[in-house]
Design a protein around this ligand. Structure first.
Ligand code: UFG
Length: 330
């Protein structure tokens, strides 16, 4: 039995492939390397470079890899800011790409898929911690396309019996314990890698986007979840589907929120360096607080995050960034 990982050269995709290989699985990867990195492709996985919008290409992989039993789908664009200036790029890759993928999967009778969704499907939360049943009103195109993908799966399930698990991640962070793979976005927009650019000498200071939110220190609160814990949730979700269970949606977070200031303070402690922070304007579209309730994933999937400690998360990110200051680039 093989598992096909779409987007397996990206940040969360590559960590999931490493976890699958550590669990002894046979893995096939598809990635167009637009934002993924060839260096992040696991050496023992079979890799096909190509785009999920290309039906002929997808069909050729399914025809060659006859043993694929389930798909894990990470292949999408995921920058909130970019999605607001170029929304059609997001509709094209995230939605049109997924439509082509589902057509090809159905044609080859593959009916199990685990898929990356996001806290951005909720938009401004009604309350925290957020439950899967809470209102979904995305405030950006990225979140809207992910929510539409979930609906595409829902109706495809009703018509064709395709079973899916949608995993709504909160703030993915950290890196593999080996230090071999980690977070490498270009441009980087995420808080922890940007903070760590300061002690690396690549950035003079970290800008704190707003200190007048209704939170304990005025800065935004997020639920930071280690990428290795996310990877484990994908393995459990595949198992859940292969056992014949029904389609489902799960939040993935630790259920604990940290302010931007607390994250910076923890990074100072971990790196032992002074990290200069400067106050800046709020960033458009940032909710004050996003904290997950992941009770459902714990109860139904048996998910049990192992790296909830923020110091440990930042230490793993620091191990990666300090040894790869330019990401995968030489
Ligand atoms: N932040 C700063 N300075 C920076 C970068 C970020 O203060 O230089 C703040 C943000 O305002 C936010 C927090 O740090 O309050 C975290 O920001 P990130 O950009 O790291 O993450 P987001 O919470 O904006 O985004 C995450 C995921 C997205 C997802 C979104 C859901 O990365 O994929 O949650 O809202 F869409």
């Amino acid at each position: 039995m093989s598992i096909l990982v779409l987007g397996g050269a990206g940040y969360i995709g590559s960590h999931t492939v490493y976890a699958l290989k550590e669990a002894g699985e046979d893995v096939v990867i598809i990635d167009n390397l637009e934002t993924g990195h060839i260096e992040a492709v696991h050496p023992d996985a079979r890799f096909y470079e190509g785009d999920i919008r290309n039906r002929t290409f997808l069909d050729s992989v399914f025809e060659k890899e006859k043993d694929i039993k389930a798909v894990i789908h990470f292949a999408a664009n995921s920058l909130v800011g970019e999605s607001m200036v170029n929304p059609l790029k997001y509709y094209d890759n995230n939605l049109c790409g997924t439509k082509v993928l589902l057509e090809s999967m159905l044609a080859h009778d593959i009916k199990k898929i685990v898929f990356s969704s996001t806290a951005a499907t909720y938009g401004e939360p009604e309350r925290v911690p957020i439950l899967e049943t809470d209102r979904t009103e995305p405030t950006n195109t990225y979140g809207e396309t992910k929510l539409s993908m979930e609906k595409m799966f829902k109706w495809t399930d009703k018509a064709h019996g395709l079973k899916y698990v949608s995993l709504r991640y909160f703030n993915a962070c950290g890196a593999h314990e080996s230090g071999m793979i980690g977070e490498a976005h270009n441009p980087e927009t995420h808080l922890i890698p940007l903070i760590l650019q300061v002690p690396l000498g690549k950035r003079e200071a970290i800008s704190v986007f707003g200190n007048d939110y209704d939170t304990k220190d005025g800065t935004c609160i997020r639920d930071y979840i280690h990428v290795t814990d996310l990877a484990q949730a994908h393995i459990l979700a595949v198992k859940y589907l292969l056992e014949g269970n029904d389609s489902n949606i799960f939040n993935l977070g630790n259920g604990v929120g940290f302010t931007v200031n607390e994250v910076i303070e923890t990074a100072r402690k971990v790196t032992g360096k002074e990290i200069k922070a400067i106050m800046a304007e709020r960033r458009a579209g940032d909710p004050a607080q996003l904290i997950a309730s992941s009770e459902k994933a714990r109860t139904v999937l048996g998910w049990n995050p192992q790296h909830a400690d923020l110091e440990e998360i930042i230490a793993s990110a620091w191990k990666w960034h300090s040894t790869h200051p330019n990401g995968y680039a030489k």
